[in-house]
Design a protein around this ligand. Sequence first.
Ligand code: SF4
Ligand code: SF4
Length: 374
Amino acid sequence: MNQQARPSGRTRWNGAGAGPSPFRAGAAITAETVKARAKALGADLVGIASARTLNAFPPDPRWPQTPDRISPYVKSCIVIVQHIPAGAFRCKTNIPVQYMDMLVLRKMDKVAYRIAEELEAAGHPTFAVPAQETEWSYKRASYGRLSTRHLGVEAGLGTLGLEVNILTPEYGPRLYLTGILTELELEPDAPMTEQVCIGESCSRCLHSCPGDAVLHFGIDKRACAEHAQEFGFGQIMKFLGQVFDAQEAGATTDELAAMARSRDLFGFWQGLLRVVGSFGDCPRCLAVCPVGDDYHAHLAEHQKAIPEKTPEKVTLAKAFQQARRQGDPVAGLDDWNVRWVGPEGYKGIVARQVQAFKQRQRERAAAAERDGDD
Ligand code: SF4
Ligand code: SF4
């Protein structure tokens, strides 16, 4: 399709066709202009968080993921969201989700790069932080310089769910985020105070989790990684350990060669080549979460039944529900963490969304009928 044939305001997936940068050196740049530009370049959602707030409220103060540990000059964080197309969650295997994850991240990188380049050209040093990077000096395991999910909450885009993914009202947890750090002062968005996650009475993420990794507004990262990163770093280390052990135990060259021909090594190669297999391997908690218009439109029927649900998981979810009702201490909901879960608790946002979605469907059907009669 050429640009003329494109509906007005639409851009190609890589941002081509978005037109020249709206930012001018010496001219005021507002949060609204920046958000509009990010959307014109292809971002699905955009919010702004203040670096001051991010520095004051690190997700875990023991290992502070804060902008000031990256640069002392950063004033604002522009947070962009790209959703994972729902079709990938309707497939028989997880491979399409894994492949789409990679495409989504590539697209976000391009949007982030353009924003950084354009703001810099207007006189405001700006750079992007990677969405999937681990900073080993902070803490072992997957732990980036910034927590993109917390950036999203501070930028008013959603709140953390029972499995501590960020849930946005638009796409639930089926998305990735990137933070763009700038020395430009921008008006920050207010975080949502209403909990987007339905909570313990839903627990569909917990029911679906193959690794029993979902805690009470928390996650067992190691248990999750076994499934979510089938060919990730932890698995590479495990495989190498097995090879060293076999060598020490006197394995023959043929035996070692057989290990090298294993599915594991092929998986590692594939992960390096296409990212597939190195992260996002298990999308179950994303697929079954009933938050988001994309769920109502494309996944509700398909994901209704949860084959992984067991009586033990149901009992655990009920225990979580009971603990919350009784006001028992829950680490994920303590005074520090409740900020990102939604201090007001769940007030029915998903039910309201379903109503609005059904209403739009009825209106669309009525309009289609009218058009047919004309
Ligand atoms: S990604 Fe998979 S293993 Fe990890 S919490 Fe979600 S459902 Fe569980
Ligand atoms: S599946 Fe339910 S409990 Fe889990 S994050 Fe989504 S809304 Fe919350």
